[in-house]
Design a binder for this molecule. Structure first.
Ligand SMILES: [Zn+2]
Length: 267
């Protein structure tokens, strides 16, 4: 919610333009306020709700570089470390004790790794396509691409695998580029549903294949280590476009390959 406030506040009218009660209540009625004032938003403004809850029209997710306002609001490293100290104290420990002295710095470094996807663009990666495929016109499928992501609700790990297939029209992409694009989406705060749609959307838009199929099978630590405590429960999400959506034979072939026996045993 802090980011929401930070992002929205500059676009909200001055307090005097509202009745006092509406102004005082705006934090709890952000959506109402936004609805009332939507017509006053600057051209090109995209609400944080839209950015957070849906795949972008072009499949791109929020990045620091997407908005100068967000980039300006990005806290310093020292502020981030201070926030970790606050959480340690909130947990009930003493952030200044010896064993915890370097923890904020380590946590911030881990965050740089966990969320490296905000600084990269999957579209750039996927744009490096190969056009000469010697007439190859059958499925290209990558199976069991490991993903490590974090849920946007609890900031806890989502760990699993992605299976991707596409039916090329005239372009193929290096298979490592597909895995790299997956990583970029994974290294952001995510929901599994959004990530599935974003991966399929980016491949669809850049390669313009005859169809794309994406399946993610992942374990959410917010399901296993807190809340309902259901270890071993995995979540499966799928997204099909083109022939995979329209033709059950292609969809079945993808599902068989995704779930079937592994021909190659070397891992
Ligand atoms: Zn969660």
């Amino acid at each position: 919610m802090l980011t929401l406030h930070a992002h929205r506040a500059p676009y909200l009218p001055a307090a005097g333009q509202h009745s006092k009660s509406r102004w005082n209540g705006w934090r709890t009625r952000l959506s109402n306020v936004q609805a009332v004032h939507r017509n006053h938003l600057p051209e090109g403004y995209i609400s944080m709700d839209t950015l957070a809850s849906t795949p972008k029209p072009n499949g791109r997710a929020l990045r620091a570089g997407d908005s100068e306002d967000l980039a300006e609001k990005r806290p310093s490293r020292a502020e981030a470390e201070e926030a970790v100290r606050t959480l340690i104290a909130w947990a009930g420990d003493d952030p200044s004790r010896e064993g915890l002295a370097d923890t904020p710095s380590r946590v911030v470094e881990a965050y740089e790794e966990f969320f490296a996807g905000y600084d990269a663009d999957p579209y750039d990666i996927l744009s490096r396509t190969f056009e000469d495929v010697q007439g190859y016109d059958d499925l290209v499928m990558l199976r069991d691409i490991r993903i490590e992501s974090h849920c946007e609700h609890h900031m806890l790990p989502i760990v699993g695998v992605v299976h991707i297939a596409y039916l090329p029209r005239d372009r193929v992409v290096g298979i490592s580029k597909l895995a790299r694009a997956v990583d970029i989406y994974a290294k952001r705060l995510q929901t599994q549903e959004t990530m599935t749609a974003q991966i399929a959307g980016a491949i669809d838009e850049v390669l313009q294949p005859r169809g794309v199929a994406v399946m993610i099978d992942a374990l959410h630590e917010c399901m296993t280590t807190r809340g309902v405590h259901k270890p071993g429960t995995t979540t499966i999400t799928t997204r099909f476009t083109g022939v995979f959506k329209d033709d059950p034979a292609y969809r079945d072939r993808f599902l068989q390959l995704a779930n079937g026996m592994r021909a190659v045993t070397v891992r």
